[in-house]
Ligand binder design. Structure first.
Ligand SMILES: [Zn+2]
Length: 57
């Protein structure tokens, strides 16, 4: 079990939370961690389902 980050910031809206809340989602892309707060996680899922993803890489 790895240690939780001391602080995380949302990749979409920039909200910062410390320590990393359990209800935030973390995705690994190209070895980097992308954190999303719950509202942005929902928005992200919706955009993926709608194939409206932004410049994702
Ligand atoms: Zn957010």
């Amino acid at each position: 079990v790895g240690e939780a980050p001391a602080a995380v910031s949302c990749a979409r809206c920039g909200t910062v939370a410390a320590p990393a809340p359990l209800d935030w989602s973390c995705a690994r892309e190209d070895g980097r961690e992308r954190w999303l707060c719950p509202p942005c996680t929902r928005e992200n899922v919706r955009s993926i389902e709608g194939r409206l993803d932004e410049a994702w890489w």
